[in-house]
Design a protein around this ligand. Structure first.
Ligand code: ZN
Ligand code: FE
Length: 258
């Protein structure tokens, strides 16, 4: 299995999944059809599946045009969000198999950014949409802070070598906020340097490994004493559990950093 980024809009990634032994392929979160069609044409690939993580337009805007162009394509997505183009509604723990590709993924329900957001886990990778970003996490829009915290807790427990494919190139800004939370972190300073170098050369900073996120992403470090202390200082009160620490970090970033 190969996974490649197709850039869309300002900073979106549409992930293209291919295999050497077939012309069938899949894309994740096609917000725009243009970058997908142009690479599929060039390489004579046939789109057999679309995986959707959530309802936002920058993840779904290309689906109608892709369905028109590749009439048999299956569209996998959460059934509890308003995504009209879904042909295979998915739910938590469901196993899906990508048509013509002999690749299986497990659906993880990870609400918070939206109420029905899902991720796709399998073959050593996680497509996590706008829930977990490299160095950060998504905003809480139509879900709740408690849901988002629980979703991040769930991701934290996956195998640390899992490669995380999120949907936006936000890493540089995220790492900057991480250093507000943990200004002493040497490993975070190193990450900042390598991210800056990558961005300068227009090299994607995604995927990252879960281990790297566990070491440097404040939103996955809500059980670390120095992260708790920083969040408590911002909140001006004691924080008693992961959800409270997460909520303080997220509000801190929303209000003072972004
Ligand atoms: Zn989104
Ligand atoms: Fe998005």
């Amino acid at each position: 299995m190969d996974i490649e980024p197709l850039r869309a809009f300002e900073d979106n990634y549409i992930w293209l999944i291919t295999r050497d032994d077939t012309d069938a392929c899949a894309v994740v979160d096609p917000g725009d059809e243009e970058p997908v069609i142009s690479v599929l044409e060039k390489r004579d690939l046939r789109l057999t599946s679309i995986l959707v993580t959530h309802k936002h337009y920058d993840h779904t805007g290309g689906i109608d045009a892709l369905k028109k162009r590749y009439p048999g394509v299956e569209v996998f997505g959460p059934g509890n969000e308003s995504i009209s183009q879904i042909s295979r509604s998915v739910e938590d723990h469901q196993q899906i198999s990508l048509p013509g590709m002999n690749l299986d993924f497990e659906v993880l329900s990870i609400p918070g950014h939206t109420e029905g957001h899902v991720a796709y886990l399998g073959n050593g990778v996680l497509f996590c949409g706008d829930t977990l970003f490299a160095g950060g996490c998504g905003r809480v829009f139509t879900g709740t802070f408690e849901q988002m915290s629980a979703s991040l807790d769930r991701i934290r427990k996956l195998p640390p070598e899992t490669q995380l494919y999120c949907a936006h190139e936000y890493t540089q800004a995220n790492v900057g906020f991480g250093l507000w939370v943990e200004p002493q972190s040497e490993v975070l300073k190193q990450r900042q340097q390598s991210v800056e170098a990558a961005v300068e050369q227009a090299i994607p900073t995604v995927p990252s490994s879960l281990q790297q996120e566990l070491d440097t992403n404040p939103f996955l470090r809500v059980e670390q004493q120095n992260v708790i202390s920083a969040a408590e200082q911002w909140a001006g009160r004691p924080l008693n559990n992961n959800a409270e620490v997460f909520t303080a970090l997220r509000r801190w970033k929303d209000r003072d950093y972004d």
